[in-house]
Write a protein that binds this ligand. Structure first.
Ligand SMILES: [Zn+2]
Length: 81
């Protein structure tokens, strides 16, 4: 079956049309977008304990070692390593 590439985004994500499934659209994510859920979780964990009010940092927490490791793993995945 032939997949028709509809577009390649600047980030590297590709949009295909699948001929066998009612022409459904398929997205092949680039490494950064593939890693988006891990990046989101890592950022949430890294920011735990810190607070912002009215655009000002009112509480600054040091990320745990686990949060730092999780962040670097997510970045490596996003960089395609
Ligand atoms: Zn992308």
């Amino acid at each position: 079956m032939d997949y028709t590439v509809l577009s390649t985004e600047p980030c590297g994500c590709k949009l295909f049309r699948h001929p066998g499934r009612n022409m459904n659209l398929i997205i092949l994510y680039c490494p950064k977008h593939e890693a988006a859920p891990e990046l989101y979780e890592a950022l949430k964990v890294a920011l735990e304990g810190s607070e912002v009010e009215n655009g000002r940092v009112v509480s600054r927490a040091t990320p745990t070692s686990l949060a730092i490791l999780q962040g670097f793993e997510a970045l490596a995945e996003a960089d395609g390593k």
